[in-house]
Write a new protein. Structure first.
Length: 488
């Protein structure tokens, strides 16, 4: 995408902000919540992208600038360029706007959603609240089954973060067989969800019929649910993907409601053996083509990335996406760097997530311990989000984010001062940190102790260097050097 010329900006009235706070259970990395944004559903056809290209700084951009610690004009320019998106459907009235892009901090998405056999609306709203509590920047409702609409509406009403969906799931519930899906039916669902306030949607328009023979030799075939559904439809009908052939219609709907398109990776590798193969790269090239079509239509877009990639392929995968998709925000699931750890894939994937975040991924989709095994529960959501907050923060440190470095310094200073309560409060999971400390030193007296149960007072290295007269040490070192030199 070429750089867009900017006319002099007219800045709308900014969104009012609430007082900053840090909740009792830990640092608030989201910043103060506003639960409001500046446009109404009546402003049809205006998107953050079209307004940014016209030189306008929207209330959403002002709010993002406040949260990121960047000038509002920088946010506007990045949105105009397509390197940043602000998923903010005007119909999502509870939304506190945020941004995903190279110049913002690395974001985390949490997947929730009911299945035909497990969970329901109340459970999923509970998972939403858990996701917000543990730091999710966006949440995707991946519900399947018979109560998709009810669940989605409840989640939208309760969520201050952007909500994403995969519309093909609901479309599939309205027909008896995959073969009965139609382009019109898919568009009807996309329109319905857009009207309800969904902020971004995964659209698997990059899976084309010409790509399908490329998965023949794969170990794990197609692992994307949306990609698998469309592949079966194309095979049965011997026709092109309807989301590809009707993509202009998808763009028209998304522009009307300022829905950000998340171009789905329907042919992502589901095993290390299939990583960076011909099928994945063929789809990625199509996603680059579709990215440009989104920009031309004034629709915000990000691009989803691969699932299983070994360590030595991570940087190259980010480079390829940025090159082929014009630096549109990259949104990755993991990636998982090995296949051997079912039950621990929040760890195998967080390793990959930290590295791709360092090299330019803008949002990381969390993986829970239940990945490959079952529908996650509340504890799985917590474990996945903690792992990914660590990964995203590590990436922010590597990218030179000043706020991330300040956060690390603050907890390190508390640690060296043996300020245990402050150290707990500044950790990602204060209750767990304190519980682990108190397991062996439970008495409140030990909250002032200059040691923990690992070393005790005699062996604690930080305790042993506190209060040292460093000028005296330096003088002694100089004297020793002089003595050694004289003896030599």
């Amino acid at each position: 995408m070429s750089e867009q010329p900017l006319v002099p900006a007219r800045t709308r009235e900014a969104i009012p902000s609430t007082d900053a706070h840090r909740p009792a259970d830990g640092p608030d990395l989201h910043g103060p919540r506003t639960n409001a944004h500046g446009r109404t559903p009546a402003a049809r056809g205006e998107t953050q992208s079209t307004l940014a290209r016209a030189g306008e700084v929207t209330p959403e951009m002002v709010r993002v600038a406040e949260r990121e610690g960047l000038p509002a004009e920088t946010i506007r320019d990045e949105v105009a360029r397509g390197r940043m998106v602000i998923p903010a459907n005007p119909a999502h009235s509870a939304l506190d706007p945020m941004a995903i892009g190279l110049k913002s901090r690395v974001k985390i998405n949490a997947n929730i959603g009911s299945s035909p056999t497990t969970s329901g609306t109340n459970e999923e709203v509970g998972k939403l609240r858990d996701s917000l509590h543990w730091g999710a920047d966006t949440v995707m409702d991946l519900s399947t089954g018979k109560r998709i609409t009810e669940t989605r509406r409840a989640i939208l009403d309760a969520s201050t973060v952007p909500i994403g969906t995969v519309p093909i799931y609901q479309a599939l519930e309205s027909v008896k067989r995959i073969e009965d899906l139609s382009g019109d039916g898919l568009l009807e669902v996309i329109e319905q969800q857009a009207r309800e306030g969904v902020d971004y949607m995964t659209i698997h328009a990059g899976v084309r019929i010409r790509h399908l023979p490329l998965v023949r030799e794969r170990v794990t075939g197609i692992v994307s649910r949306g990609g698998g559904v469309l592949a079966k439809w194309m095979i049965e009908h011997a026709r092109e993907n309807p989301l590809y052939t009707r993509f202009d219609d998808v763009l028209e709907i998304c522009r009307a409601h300022d829905v950000t398109i998340s171009l789905g990776d329907g042919l992502r590798p589901g095993s290390i053996a299939d990583a960076t193969d011909r099928a994945q790269l063929a789809e990625l090239r199509t996603l680059g083509e579709l990215t440009k079509r989104c920009w031309d239509a004034g629709v915000q877009v990000m691009v989803e990335g691969p699932g299983h990639i070994p360590l030595d392929g991570l940087q190259e995968n980010v480079r390829l996406q940025q090159e082929l998709c014009g630096e549109a925000p990259f949104y990755t699931l993991g990636p998982l760097v090995t296949d051997i750890a079912p039950g621990y894939d929040h760890i195998t994937s967080a390793i990959g997530a930290a590295i791709v975040g360092w090299h330019g991924t803008s949002m990381l989709c969390y993986v829970t311990p239940k990945e490959h095994l079952g529908l996650p529960n509340a504890e799985d959501v917590k474990q996945g989000l903690i792992a990914y907050r660590i990964a995203a923060h590590a990436a922010d440190l590597a990218r030179g984010n000043a706020a991330a470095h300040a956060q690390d310094r603050a907890i390190s200073e508390a640690r060296f001062a043996f300020d245990w309560r402050e150290q707990f409060a500044r950790s990602l999971d204060p209750q767990t940190a304190q519980a682990m400390h108190d397991e062996t030193l439970p008495n409140d007296h030990f909250k002032q102790a200059e040691f923990c149960s690992m070393c005790g007072p005699k062996y604690c290295p930080m305790h042993n260097v506190r209060g040292v007269d460093w000028d005296r040490v330096e003088a002694a070192a100089d004297a020793n050097d002089h003595a050694v030199g004289a003896a030599g």
